[in-house]
Design a protein around this ligand. Structure first.
Ligand code: GDP
Ligand code: K
Ligand code: MG
Length: 300
């Protein structure tokens, strides 16, 4: 890692908020690369993934966190714990909310839990591309009331990119002077293998409904790099036979579509051809098993 030039600023910025407000979308938008997967399902993000943005004058390490919510199983507890810890040790906190609707109990809960933190908090209203004109003022008011004194509001669309520049500039100017934490050409702290697994899980989330997504984990069994082709074998874990049947689909159609979608995404990631073979395996109640959670990398 090179030495930082004089006056260089750097730090860790945690992105916290309810599930589905667009935290991972914002991380990808700021980093300018797809490092985090995105779907309309809560708990898409399970790991405390770091997205790294390096500019000539600053390096921001964005900590994407699982949404903060009331946990209902062991996996949920681990996720919420990790989101809280990330916020506790950050140089700054982006509190992201769904700016197309008024603040709810979940937002109030998070606002309360942030109040002890010393790091600056940016209250950011996302999804403004979706809000209707007569909602603008009531929505703003509902979020301003979460803090006393009333905070500055940032309004963005992480999806379309609007409003992101002023937020970024403000974040940079409040970071302390510091070193490069990561090599300047790195976009994420996660190994390529992990992102490959996530890209497969993303396709599963996008292709299935309710009963499947939360029960899915992906294990990359082998990655064999050839000259022009990388062979990847991966296993999709589910908890029940019924879920396995859904994932495979009639005549294997579903699994084939998941594989095709994932392969395209993986090719973008590695920049060359991928051969992907997927297996589906049932492992009952894996989300309740500490040993399996550890094996899968979901640790505190
Ligand atoms: P997370 O759970 O907070 O990480 O949320 P995700 O980044 O996974 O996004 C959840 C859903 O919201 C996805 O379907 C995104 O495409 C969508 N989304 C995120 N940001 C925006 C935005 O600015 N506008 C709109 N309309 N949708 C968004
Ligand atoms: K999500
Ligand atoms: Mg996420």
């Amino acid at each position: 890692i090179p030495n930082a030039p004089p006056g260089f600023r750097s730090g860790f910025v945690a992105i916290v908020g309810r599930p589905n407000v667009g935290k991972s979308t914002l991380v990808n938008r700021l980093v300018g690369e797809k490092v985090a997967i995105i779907s309309p399902t809560a708990q898409t993000t399970r790991n405390r993934l770091r997205g790294i943005l390096t500019l000539p004058t600053a390096q921001i390490v964005l900590v994407d966190t699982p949404g903060i919510h009331k946990p209902q199983h062991r996996l949920g507890e681990v996720l919420v714990h990790n989101a809280r810890t990330a916020a506790g040790s950050a140089d700054g906190i982006v509190f992201l909310v769904d700016g197309s609707v008024e603040a709810g109990a979940g937002d109030r809960f998070i606002a309360e839990s942030l109040k002890g933190n010393k790091a600056p908090v940016w209250l950011v209203l996302n999804k403004i591309d979706r809000r209707s004109r007569n909602q603008v003022e009531p929505v703003r008011e509902s979020y301003r009331k979460l803090f006393d004194p009333e905070p500055v509001l940032y309004e963005i669309s992480a999806l379309k990119g609007s409003g992101v520049e002023p937020l970024l500039e403000n974040i940079i100017s409040s970071l302390p002077e510091g070193p490069y934490y990561y090599p300047p050409d790195l976009f994420t702290d996660q190994p390529e293998r992990f992102i490959m697994g996530e890209l497969i899980r993303e396709q599963v989330l996008l292709a299935t409904r309710e009963e499947v997504p939360h029960s899915v984990a992906v294990v990359i069994d082998t990655v064999e790099e050839g000259e022009s082709l990388t062979r990847v074998l991966a296993t999709i874990l589910v908890e029940r036979d019924s879920q396995k049947i859904i994932l495979i689909g009639k005549g294997g159609q579903m699994l084939k579509a998941i594989g095709t979608g994932a392969r395209h995404q993986m090719q973008k990631l590695v920049g060359h051809q991928i051969y992907l073979q997927l297996f589906v395996k049932v492992k009952e109640r894996w989300r309740q098993s500490d040993a399996t959670l550890r094996d899968l990398g979901y640790r505190r």
